[in-house]
Design a protein around this ligand. Structure first.
Ligand code: KG4
Ligand code: ZN
Length: 340
């Protein structure tokens, strides 16, 4: 079974072909990150324009690297939610056109489920059910992966996502976009105890997250130092932020594991590349004897291999779209991800 995956939800135009769900035949990513760096973050209109330019050569490259033609595919999977609407529409429109012209099934994929599926490519032995911590630029959630195509959200962020918090704090500390990886690098040189940061409490649901207070605390400390013309020790602030975020994410995951009884835990999304988070999650899982899975760094960020992989499972489960498929900017309540 050969599935082409197409991803264009943010600032990466990507296409990939997988065979039998998890075998990567090709994986092409045209990243716009360096261009958006000039503006300190993703400029939606610019992203849409670049997707328009990149989509055809990226898909052609993915097919040629895999040594297949569109005729040989079993289906075409595409990210339809969540993301930047103009960016998503480029991938969705292209996939609809290709599916129609090649006479192939069109398979809708929720981007977050794609991030989770990145784990199957690296660890084909991982099988649902298990608990997953999803941490990306736009989402932070704990979910039960009940099957390859059924997900139950146990907790989510009330405000900012963990990645957003890293990116905004990185910007105020003077690091370029995308800031998460810069915080990770800088944190290695810093003293996490130098700046005590608040631990936000979320009332109501203990498995929900809140990162806006932490972000504001970092921004206020930096601004206050600026007003006093005092230097900020950016690596130490980065280390304090990373340590705090990693502790919060790990403790909530530990609580979710205790409540649900899962002993297999996965991590997914761009922030799952964070070295501090990986360390605390590994230590927590070791303490309880849980098995921890995380994608390789190359599959943590946005890519189409994960979309093709999840698309393959959706295809096997009979999930299809027709030419009325639309793109949706926010999507946790739509389709296959259900709130508890
Ligand atoms: O999953 P992703 O590529 O895109 C979304 O779906 O949002 O996640 C991007 C996020 C950004 O906020 C980026 O700064 C963060 O992942 N990120 C990291 C690291 N690498 C990427 N955050 C912390 N540490 C990293 N090493
Ligand atoms: Zn993503």
């Amino acid at each position: 079974m050969l599935i082409l995956g197409i991803e264009s939800s943010c600032d990466e135009t990507a296409a990939a072909v997988v065979e039998d769900c998890t075998k990567l035949r090709s994986d092409v990513i045209a990243s716009q990150a360096m261009e958006h760096r000039l503006y300190g973050g993703v400029v939606p209109e610019l992203a849409s324009r670049r997707h328009c330019e990149n989509i055809l050569p990226t898909v052609e490259q993915a097919l040629s690297d895999a040594g297949v033609t569109a005729d040989e595919l079993d289906g075409i999977a595409v990210t339809y939610t969540p993301g930047l609407i103009g960016a998503l529409l480029v991938g969705v429109s292209f996939a609809k056109g290709l599916a129609l012209s090649a006479g192939k099934p069109l398979i809708p994929v929720h981007h977050i489920t794609g991030h989770i599926a990145a784990n199957y490519i690296a660890h084909p032995e991982l099988a649902p059910p298990y608990l997953c911590l999803v941490v990306s630029g736009g989402h932070t959630m704990l979910c039960e992966v009940k099957s390859h195509t059924e997900f139950l959200i146990l907790g989510t962020t009330r405000d900012d996502a963990a990645g957003e918090c890293f990116d905004k704090c990185a910007r105020v500390l003077g690091y370029p976009y995308p800031g998460g990886v810069q915080i990770d690098r800088a944190a290695q040189e810093g003293d996490p105890a130098k700046y005590p940061l608040p631990r936000p409490r979320v009332t109501g649901s203990e498995l929900d997250f809140s990162f806006s207070g932490l972000k504001t605390a970092v921004i206020n400390t930096v601004h206050h130092a600026g007003q006093l013309r005092e230097p900020v020790d950016a690596p130490s602030m980065a280390a304090a932020l990373q340590t705090t975020v990693a502790q919060i994410l790990t403790e909530k995951t530990e609580l979710a594991a205790q409540r649900t009884g899962y002993r297999t835990i996965a991590m997914a999304g761009g922030v799952s590349a964070n070295s501090g988070l990986r360390r605390t999650m590994e230590a927590m899982c070791k303490k309880h004897g849980y098995t921890l899975y995380a994608p390789p760094l190359s599959l943590c960020g946005d890519n189409a291999a994960m979309i093709a992989c999840q698309g393959s499972y959706n295809f096997l489960a009979g999930i299809r779209a027709d030419s009325s498929l639309n793109a949706y900017a926010t999507g946790t309540a739509i389709g296959e991800m259900k709130a508890q």
